[in-house]
Design a binder for this molecule. Structure first.
Ligand code: GDP
Ligand code: IMO
Ligand code: MG
Length: 424
């Protein structure tokens, strides 16, 4: 029986999870997203066609695969419909194979308004969120003010909830004439789209349990990355969900035994979007070269991504908190033209050497990376599909990483396209 794999990001997001999920989806029957929302931007390149998915699992591109959005995802219902429409225009039919948990909390237009108001109030201390309303939606979920997908089908109660919300958050809403706080409009817009989503609403936990019992193979798709986890990432410069394996259990209503293998996606260098500490960040030509060669601009917001060298301290943390079994290394090709490549093997803090990520940011802001320098291989890896055909210097670079992390590589990506991949 095929293994159930879970794909999680090991850095600050944008590791290439979309490509990895798309590849692994070929051998899976079911693909399920468990957390995050439309803050995610997962890119899949098939031939010359580029798909950027925010809410819908990356497995959807494979015709016939069944996809689920779990209760742990905060769903922007209007955004979801747009995404479905985009896929339909591309000839990808999702009618009988994309389902959403009835218990998923919805991202409301006012959550996006609150997100931007909060960010502007924070001024220079802003988190640099994607402004997709993620933090406010999760806050309402935990605060028990959330509106869930199932609520769309009880209109009277829905209206009451919206009005009650506006009353309780008068601190934000009083005096604003922003359309995103207009509860009457939100109510009627929601009722308009409710019928479109109704046939897709299911109990994802029950469905997955059935598929599992029937011997189907399930692929779990994480969003963001370990260092953005709300508990174990660089809080408060994090997202508002558990981006690590635990998030899959609560975000889908499954037990841990349903997960057979944890695949951590590791970009061959590091990027980060938004604010927060980034010990190996580069501010020089090498950083610029990584950004330009790697096309490091946000898939969701278009913002330039901050770039830096690979950070093994952060990766050790990611592997431990996720129980990573194997890593998928992406964007190796972006290093092809780098004469020198560095890997951070430890930090110093006030002259002391440390090998783990301090959870207290007042320390993490001040750590200095200790680097091991490698000679670059200075030749293209993009056409290579066999590990042994990689330049020796590239193999050494990868070997150094796997030895340190104590995990094997399952896949190496040397370009954005499906075929630009080495399967191990
Ligand atoms: P995700 O959020 O983890 O799915 O990653 P993103 O889609 O936000 O960002 C990854 C970007 O790198 C996308 O533009 C991908 O098409 C691209 N990409 C993925 N793998 C590779 C690779 O191995 N090499 C190169 N050059 N690009 C890649
Ligand atoms: P994928 O799934 C990279 C970052 C934002 C910001 C912080 C909080 O494509 O890897 P939020 O909008 O979630 O409240 O923003 O988290 N962030 C991401 N960075 N990739 C993502 O998703 C991200 N989702 C959120 O830039 O720093
Ligand atoms: Mg992304």
């Amino acid at each position: 029986m095929a293994k159930n794999k879970i794909v999680v990001g090991c850095q600050w997001g944008d590791e290439g999870k979309g490509k990895v999920v798309d590849l692994l989806a070929e051998k899976a029957d079911i693909i399920a997203r468990f957390q995050g929302g439309a803050n995610a931007g997962h890119t899949i390149l098939v031939g010359d066609k580029k798909y950027i998915l925010h809410l819908i699992p990356s497995g959807i591109i494979h015709r016939g695969k069944i996809c689920y959005i779990g209760n742990g995802v905060v769903v922007d219902p209007f955004g979801l419909i747009e995404e479905l429409e985009l896929l339909r225009k591309e000839g990808i039919d999702t009618g009988d194979r994309l389902f959403i948990s009835s218990a998923a909390n919805l991202v409301m237009p006012y959550h996006k308004l609150i997100d931007s108001l909060q960010e502007s109030k924070r001024g220079n201390d802003g988190i640099g969120t994607t402004l997709r309303g993620i933090g406010p939606a999760y806050r309402d979920k935990v605060g028990r003010f959330g509106i869930r997908l199932c609520d769309l089908y009880a209109p009277d109660k829905l209206r009451e909830k919206l009005d009650m919300y506006r009353k309780t958050r008068s601190d934000i809403f009083s005096g604003t004439d922003d359309e995103r706080a207009d509860m009457g409009k939100i109510y009627s817009d929601l009722l308009e789209i409710a019928p479109i989503l109704k046939s897709r609403m299911v109990n994802v936990s029950i469905e997955l349990a059935k598929h599992h019992k029937d011997g189907k193979s399930i692929l779990f798709e994480g969003a963001q990355g370990a260092m953005l986890d709300v508990d174990l990432g660089t809080y408060p410069y994090a997202t508002s969900s558990n981006t690590t394996v635990g998030g899959a259990l609560t975000g889908l209503g499954i037990g841990p035994k349903m997960l057979d293998e944890v695949v951590g996606v590791v970009k061959a260098y590091t990027t980060r979007v938004g604010a927060g500490p980034f010990p190996t960040e580069l501010f020089d030509d090498a950083g610029e070269k990584l950004r330009e060669t790697g096309g490091e601009y946000g898939a969701t917001t278009g913002r330039p991504r901050r770039t830096g060298w690979l950070d093994l301290v952060a990766l050790r943390h990611a592997c431990r908190i996720n129980g990573v079994d194997k890593i998928a290394v992406t964007k190796l090709d972006v290093l092809d033209g780098m004469e020198k490549i560095k890997i951070c093997i430890g930090y110093t803090l006030d002259g002391r050497e440390i090998n783990e990520v301090p959870l207290d940011l007042s320390d993490l802001w001040h750590v200095k990376p200790i680097y091991r320098e490698f000679d670059g291989w200075m030749t293209s890896t993009t056409e290579i599909n066999d590990f042994n055909a990689l330049p020796e210097k590239a193999r050494n670079y990868l070997g150094f990483i796997t030895e340190d992390l104590g995990v094997d590589i399952c896949l190496i990506s040397t370009g954005a396209r499906r075929e630009e991949t080495i399967v191990m």
